[in-house]
Design a protein around this ligand. Sequence first.
Ligand code: GDP
Ligand code: MG
Length: 184
Amino acid sequence: MPGEYRLKITMLGDGAVGKTALTIRFTEGGFQADYKRTIGTDFALKDLQLKDLNASVTCVVWDLAGQPRFETVRQGFYRGARGGLLVYDVTRRRTFLNIDNWKNECFSNLANPIPLIVVANKVDLADSRVVSREEGEKYAKKHKFLYVESSALTGENVEEAYFALCRIILMEGKARATEANRNS
Ligand code: GDP
Ligand code: MG
C-alpha cells in the first residue's frame, strides 16, 4: 500500500477510561493527571511511517469529552472514520461491559463496519485491576478485533495500538480494492 494516507481514528469508551490521555501520549508524548483541555469534539494529528507498507500516514485522532449529547455531534464524530480504539479501564468493570455499546453506536452511525482495536488501559494499576486479560481477549476474539493492554501513564503499548490500527486499516483497504477488482 505505498502512498500517503490521512486516516480518521475515533476514540471510543466511557468517561475517564483514558481516551484523552492515550491521544495526548500518542500525539505529543507525555502524560498529565488532568485533561481539562478536551471540549466537545476535538482532534489531534500525528504523522507516522509504516515502512514495511511504504506508507506515510497522518492520523487524525478524534476524541470526545464524555458522552456526546447531541445527535449532530455524534454524526460528525463518526463521519468518515476509518478505525477506532475501543478503550476501557481495567480497574472498572462497568467500562469494560460498555465497550460493546460503543462498538454498536459506532457501527450504527456508519454504512460499513470499520476496524476497531480493544484497548485495556491503565494496566499500570495492577493492584486495583478487576478485568482480566482473558476476559478482554475473549471479547476481542469474538468480534475479530485486536487486543492490546496499555498504559497512557507509562506509555506501554500506546504507539503500538495506533500503529496496529493504521496497518489493519490499510491492509483491509487493500483487501477491499482487490475484491472490487475481482468483481469488475
Ligand atoms: P477520558 O475521559 O477517557 O478522556 O479519560 P482521561 O484521559 O481524561 O483520563 C481520566 C483519568 O485517568 C485522568 O486522571 C488520567 O490521568 C487517568 N489515566 C488515564 N490513563 C491512565 C493510565 O494508563 N494509568 C493511570 N494510572 N491513570 C490513567
Ligand atoms: Mg477525554
